[in-house]
Design a protein around this ligand. Structure first.
Ligand code: SAH
Length: 394
């Protein structure tokens, strides 16, 4: 049966993107989508299968144009024509991109318009080697549910000549843009955004609806890039948390508070902790805008925060954790074990570091009860997993 199913699936993608090799963003593009899911399932099973059986990965119905955030770099080609696109894998050479099968179509169109306007307005792409030119990157974020669109023009210097006319011209072609910002990045860095930011049009942020809550997205704060699968992921995570309305829940590495705020409707109270100040500010605004009164957010290192909680004799029933790719550090895991919540729901975008952290938690007295992979990043080799752990009674 399994064999038959596999034989029916085309193994190879017969129509890969022409930039497949140069861009390097979609590492699995040579495989058909069902084959990609199979590959990801096997990867998770290999890494986490010893802890528990792995549920079948949840893929996308339509695995295209799912990215709500698009970043473009600019450069001049040999004939001094402005090109925009992505950096060629592990280089700083810009590969020109007209459209991308995983990026939002509106965002791609906006980038092309900006490229054209740059010529009209004589705005040169910034050249890292010579330090000449102005425009380093353009960042576009779009709320799929709200339809709101943010454009961030990242420039090497704060001076943006004819900015009012530029904003006017851009909005004329794209009336769907609801806010435009200028971000100044004058450092030699591979980071896209710099510190200073100026609102050129609109409120300086966009809003998006996710699982019935409204969230503010600013230029700098982290927001999940695949909104369709984020709903699937969060629903799974909250289901695994098994909330009854009474629990104290910690949302560690909470970003703009998304998971915690969605969970707050089914919890006693939620405590979110996050290192990025802008994200915490957004989380507090998000709680207020959704009229959520049982969620509190703190700007701190998640490990230090929980260890302080444990020291003060405070407790939590459930910890939801969603660390960055590097996973959690020993400090976090030690304080988690000291706080000893009954249940931990661990969301991870890197099963390698998750495996390492799960080993620590199992040694500290937790047992894995469920493992659910979700395909948040079709065509790339990234896989997201959510794992439920329960404290064993000692
Ligand atoms: N749960 C959120 C964000 C997950 S991304 C969401 O789904 O939207 C991981 C977040 O961890 C980032 O916002 C990052 O700023 C934060 N972070 C990284 N290291 C941290 C630490 N040591 N303590 C607290 N937060 C941290």
């Amino acid at each position: 049966m399994e064999q038959d199913k596999k034989r029916q699936e085309p193994e190879r993608n017969t129509n890969p993107c022409p930039l497949y090799r140069k861009c390097g963003g979609c590492q699995l593009q040579n495989m058909s989508y069902p084959r990609q899911l199979h590959w990801k399932q096997e990867r998770v099973e290999k890494l986490l299968g010893n802890f528990h059986t792995v549920s079948p990965i949840i893929g996308m119905e339509n695995p295209y144009h799912y990215r709500n955030k698009v970043q473009a770099a600019f450069a001049l080609d040999r004939s001094r024509k402005i090109i925009s696109g992505v950096y060629q894998a592990s280089t700083h050479r810009v590969v020109p991109v007209e459209s991308c099968m995983i990026e939002d179509k509106t965002a791609d169109r906006i980038v092309l318009t900006i490229r054209k306007l740059m010529k009209d307005f004589r705005m040169e792409p910034y050249n890292e080697d010579t330090g000449r030119g102005l425009v380093r990157h353009v960042l576009v974020k779009r709320g799929f549910a709200s339809g709101q669109v943010m454009v961030v023009l990242v420039t090497a210097s704060p001076i943006l000549p004819a900015k009012n006319n530029f904003v006017k011209a851009l909005r004329k072609v794209h009336p769907e843009i609801t806010t435009i910002l200028q971000n100044v990045n004058n450092r030699a860095t591979s980071m896209v955004l710099g510190e200073a930011e100026k609102v050129l049009y609109g409120p300086g942020y966009i809003e998006e609806t996710l699982c019935g809550c409204v969230f503010r997205i600013s230029a700098k704060s982290f927001y999940q890039i695949n909104p369709i699968q984020t709903e699937v992921l969060y629903q799974k995570a909250i289901e695994m948390a098994g909330l009854t309305g009474k629990e104290t829940v910690i949302d560690a590495y909470c970003g703009t508070g998304t998971i915690g705020l969605i969970a707050s409707k089914q919890a006693g109270n939620v405590i979110g902790v996050e290192l990025n100040r802008d994200a915490v500010r957004d989380a507090i605004v998000n709680a207020k805008n959704n009229k959520i009164k049982n969620a509190y957010f703190y700007c701190a290192d998640a490990g230090e925060f929980m260890s302080a909680m444990a020291d003060e004799g405070e407790t939590a029933d459930v910890v939801l954790m969603d660390p960055p790719r590097a996973g959690s550090d020993e400090k976090f895991l030690t304080s988690l074990a000291a706080l000893a919540p009954r249940r931990v729901v661990y969301i991870s975008c890197n099963p390698e570091t998750q495996q390492r952290d799960l080993e620590f938690l199992v040694r500290a007295g937790y047992r894995v009860e469920a493992i659910q992979p979700v395909d948040m990043f079709p065509h790339t080799n990234h896989v997201e997993t959510v794992v439920q752990l329960e404290r064993s009674l000692k």
